[in-house]
Design a protein around this ligand. Structure first.
Ligand code: SF4
Length: 270
């Protein structure tokens, strides 16, 4: 008997995987939509997924961890926070739930990398899961993705005003200005992230989410003002190089460029 091939799109709550869901809705029959929920996502992400689900007219399956959540893993590691060089969070909270959901079935995993991107990232490499890249194959670039989102009525995720990517509210891939954005838009979540930094107090090594300073240090008014000033200067420089662009677009592009070059986790951020 021939084994059925499953078609699965893993959503991150970001613009590219969302646009891919819209793009494939009427192209792939029996497409399964899933979202690996770390339970640490931004409220804007959950709201965006709900709107996408209504648009698709099909459920987005929410995949959870195996009962051992982020806090459990952090406890086992004595407060050792995940980082770009040690992404245990992606492994336990994103990749494993996805691979468990697929099981031993043969599956095609649709990934939202665009034709104008040249990057690698974390995806499943199990032999029964084959990744395909429809945007790349069709030559679709960022402008096309924005158009797909606008024509659907969904637009960009609301967090895009202050943050360039989806993922956990405390994601270590955030730039300093995005931490300031979290502080100003979701102070409750910012201070939860502060609490996670405290887990390694008293340990031989103190872990912080962002390089060179704790979040409490980053949140001091003079430091926030400095980060904003430096960011404004950077945007001015970029804005004059990218003529006719509003600064909001330049901001999003600049942050996205930095994250893209850092080989982030595709399952978290696309
Ligand atoms: S979004 Fe960031 S913190 Fe969350 S699982 Fe992915 S890499 Fe880890």
């Amino acid at each position: 008997m021939t084994r059925r091939i499953r078609h699965i799109l893993s959503l991150s709550g970001g613009k590219d995987s969302t646009a891919l869901a819209i793009y494939l809705r009427d192209r792939i029959e029996d497409l399964e939509y899933v979202f690996c929920d770390t339970e640490k996502e931004l409220p804007e992400t959950y709201e965006y997924l709900d709107r996408l689900q209504a648009f698709l007219g099909k459920p987005i399956v929410r995949l959870k961890h195996d009962g051992r959540d982020f806090d459990h893993h952090l406890f086992l590691r004595h407060g050792f926070l995940p980082s770009p060089l040690n992404r245990w969070c992606t492994e336990h909270l994103k990749l494993r739930p996805f691979e468990h959901y697929v099981g031993s079935d043969i599956a095609i995993n649709y990934v939202g990398l665009r034709a104008d991107e040249d990057r690698q990232g974390y995806i499943s490499h199990k032999p029964n899961i084959k990744a395909v890249y429809p945007f790349r194959e069709a030559g679709l670039v960022k402008e096309d993705i924005i158009r797909i989102l606008e024509e659907s009525g969904l637009g960009l995720p609301a967090y895009y005003r202050w943050r360039s990517r989806s993922g956990c509210y405390f994601c270590f891939f955030q730039q300093k200005i995005e931490w300031v954005g979290l502080l100003e838009n979701h102070p409750d979540l910012f201070y939860k992230a502060v609490e996670y930094e405290r887990w390694s107090e008293g340990e031989p090594h103190r872990f912080t989410w962002t390089q060179g300073e704790t979040l409490l240090e980053l949140s001091r008014p003079e430091r926030v003002a400095q980060i904003k000033r430096e960011n404004a200067e950077r945007l001015q420089a970029l804005g004059s190089r990218r003529a006719n662009r509003c600064l909001l677009d330049v901001f999003a592009d600049a942050l996205e460029d930095e994250v893209s070059s850092s080989s982030a986790c595709l399952i978290c951020e696309l």
